[in-house]
Design a protein around this ligand. Sequence first.
Ligand SMILES: Cc1cc2nc3c(=O)[nH]c(=O)nc-3n(C[C@H](O)[C@H](O)[C@H](O)COP(=O)(O)OP(=O)(O)OC[C@H]3O[C@@H](n4cnc5c(N)ncnc54)[C@H](O)[C@@H]3O)c2cc1C
Length: 513
Amino acid sequence: MKREEMYGRLKAHSGPWDMIVIGGGATGAGVAIDAAARGYKTLLLEQSDFGKGTSSRSTKLVHGGVRYLEQGNVSLVMEALKERGLLLKNAPHLVRDLGFIVPSYEWWESPFYGLGLKLYNLLAGKYGFGVSRILSRKETLDRLPALNPEGLRGGVIYFDGQFDDARLLIHLIATAWEQGATLLNYASVTGLSIDSQGFVNGVSVHDHASGEQFDLSGRVVINATGAFSDSVRKMAGGDVKPMIAPSQGIHLVFDRSFLPGDNAIMVPHTSDGRVMFAIPWHGHTLVGTTDTPISEPSLEPVAMEKEIEFILSTASLYLAKKPTRNDVLSMFAGIRPLVRSQDIGNTAALSRDHTIHIDQTGLLTICGGKWTTYRRMAEDCVNQAATLAELPDRACSTQQLAIHGAHSDAAKFGHLWVYGSDAPAVGDLNRPAQLHPDLPYTEAEVIWGVREEMARTVEDILARRTRSLFLNAKAAIAMAPRVATLMAAELGMDERWTGDQVTAFSQMAQFYI
Ligand SMILES: Cc1cc2nc3c(=O)[nH]c(=O)nc-3n(C[C@H](O)[C@H](O)[C@H](O)COP(=O)(O)OP(=O)(O)OC[C@H]3O[C@@H](n4cnc5c(N)ncnc54)[C@H](O)[C@@H]3O)c2cc1C
């Protein structure tokens, strides 16, 4: 994928697009794939980098949501479990089956959670992962040597999916492109155009690379901007009742010694009644998350003191090695685009189901849901959008559609496994020099990111093409000058650009330390 080529396609296009999608997160990328695969002329516009929003800041689980089962939301769990199975089939290079252990410190916990997790297995049907079972104290500690042994009685193991969110997003963008969609990052939608009958019929776009501002027309405009949905809805004018209740969640990242082995910990009830995970991820330990209502969404949300303290204190209850602030290698915050309910104040209880809303102007907004269900959300959205745009009905084909890079044995590519079938081509660049001793990333990945994955800034490479910033913020800052130099050579930029990039990245990355 080359940005210049995408931009050229956009400029060469004449007449209205069938569907214009605003937002390059999981939701927008899923919609672009589905629409393009049905043969609709599809354009996606992202104001920053693909995945800059919530979609790179998740807990990285492809899951049915054990908690929703407890809330009695069986249909939501069944739908997500089916999507989990489809994602493992269609993106086997990026999704894996992971064992989660619920530790039992009370006598009733193993039978209670054991039964619930049996039902979880059952609901997955033919899309099932590994089978859950009750573990003895010894089996639990064998699998989780880092668990706090004091008072431990045993545990229950169940299986769910794990993935790399930003990498999957890039592969979804590539899949949409292969299906014929045009997708542009660093292209903000700044306004909506309205026809004589009061219906949205296009967008105004600001292209950050050229500085150009232009108008594009579309038969239907799809607002897939997550936590920012209400601000786009307001662009159409009129009385817009907010539909998003933004809620922040943070994660802390530690080194592997806090959770050695191949299993994750799932705590079903923290002191404030939420679920918390400790997960092995890219050779590190990821712990989260929180659920804090906020008033305004931001593209670069910042972890709050009370959230950091809450995760550290909860993790200390379950881990034998107690983490402190000095052990935090990175921390990141993301915003859930939860759909507002009139009478519920607590966001942990708001719907995790997705919502398709059509304003009186015909602007279609798709929001809520979760990463795991992005494909199903897209299917529902494109069905509605095609009707709205009076396009010919065409069947959805994404249940069977392999995601770009799909490879059944990507593990054989070493740390390049996240590239799937692209890994040999990344290796062929013959730039194996490692960028930092604490992280496996090489110069080849910087060059690949610029040449083939539309990376434009140092942050794109360090936060989303590689996951350096999310794994070790200080190491990422140390890598920035070399990354900027390599990128400048690829993009034909000068020393001033290199300096500005390093400064901008280092300032932003401070919030991850
Ligand atoms: C802490 C946390 C943990 C989570 N963990 C999981 C998990 O483990 N598993 C799971 O399945 N789900 C999880 N989720 C949910 C999941 O991450 C989200 O549902 C999903 O990423 C939302 O994607 P989105 O595309 O709707 O929003 P986003 O990823 O935020 O994308 C919206 C995009 O729109 C762009 N945009 C906004 N305005 C404009 C404009 N004017 N012009 C152009 N572009 C614009 C933004 O820049 C942004 O990139 C988690 C969420 C949070 C917050």
